[in-house]
Design a protein around this ligand. Structure first.
Ligand code: CDV
Length: 313
């Protein structure tokens, strides 16, 4: 029996250094309105949606906190989004920089349900980049300086009639992320991202940035029998370009909807959560086919090491 969720992904064009929270939230509200016009139940917004992608700039932690971190959620800047979503009866996923009550710093996302309550929170685990200044790089990627590794695991939240797994950006490239969600019976995995078009470590052709992004989403969806929805912030933020390609992927791994611009753009799919059931019952029937007794290295080793000695009988 089909179980429908009207799903919108709200891609954002660039947010410049000069753009204040009020202006940014105004753009989110516009897209929420569009999602409402299409009778959406749930909208996915990007990673660090309220500001420019500030980890590209070298600065002190204090300066970053003062300018770019949210001290509470919701706060007066973001309250209009909570209010409008509640009035419209739409839930949403939103990424932002969080300074927690205990003073720790995280790259965070929340799921807010249709009543305006925070139903789930995730703090980014696979932080890319570096913590030192790289002189030779065209820009920095300082997530390891500004954020701590998340401490909430990969949550799967039961809300709006769906089991929704949460992750952020770089997490999508790691199969462990998705399998941990899959083992909690997630039916939909959601994420926001900011993916620079230029790789600061090697001259990666730009088309590969899009290819590895979509490949990660499609493989994750298929191998874990779940829908995947990814919302990017993209285009050139003060001259620093990021890829678009926000997408909704179905459990077959096929793309159901994909953004075609590098601006604010809402994509939509009336998804059937039951579509994953066939895969869960057959090829990816975990209970029947997984062999965790042979997967020990996944949790024992962090980096690659020597091959294990051969087993002889
Ligand atoms: N914000 C990110 O996590 N960006 C990474 C980049 C650095 C590769 C990503 O995976 O898209």
């Amino acid at each position: 029996m089909s179980r429908k969720l009207a799903l919108a992904v709200a891609q954002m064009g660039p947010v410049h250094l000069a753009d204040g929270r009020k202006k940014v939230v105004g753009r989110l509200l516009e897209m929420l309105k569009e999602a409402k016009a299409r009778s959406a139940d749930f909208v996915v917004f990007p990673e660090l949606a309220l500001t420019t992608f500030f980890p590209r700039y070298w600065m002190s932690q204090e300066e970053a906190v003062a300018k770019y971190f949210e001290k509470s959620m919701p706060n007066p800047d973001v309250q209009p989004l909570f209010d409008a979503a509640k009035a419209a009866g739409i839930g949403f996923y939103l990424g932002y920089a969080e300074i927690a009550k205990d003073g720790h710093h995280y790259n965070t996302a929340i799921i807010v349900d249709k009543s305006g309550a925070i139903a789930g929170k995730y703090r980014k685990i696979h932080l890319p980049g570096h913590s030192h200044h790289i002189e030779s790089a065209p820009f920095q990627h300082l997530e390891k300086k500004f954020f701590e590794v998340g401490n909430l695991g990969f949550p799967v939240v039961e809300t709006m009639g769906a089991k929704i797994g949460m992750c952020i950006c770089n997490d999508r490239r790691w199969p462990e992320t998705w399998r941990v969600m899959g083992l909690q019976s997630a039916e939909l995995g959601v994420l926001g991202y900011n993916t620079p078009s230029v790789n600061i470590h090697w001259p990666e052709p730009v088309h590969l940035r899009m290819q590895s992004h979509l490949l990660s989403l499609q493989a994750a969806a298929y191998q874990n029998a779940m829908w995947v929805a990814a919302a990017g912030k993209c285009g050139a933020e003060d001259g620093f370009h990021m890829i678009g390609g926000s997408a909704i992927v179905q459990p077959s791994g096929e793309i159901a909807a994909q953004a075609v611009t590098e601006g604010d753009e809402v994509i939509f799919a009336n998804i059937d959560l039951a579509l994953g059931d066939t895969f869960r019952q057959h090829v990816f029937n975990f209970a029947k086919h997984r062999r965790p007794e042979h997967y020990g290295l996944i949790t024992e080793r962090v980096g690659a090491g020597p091959p294990l000695p051969p087993v002889t009988e």
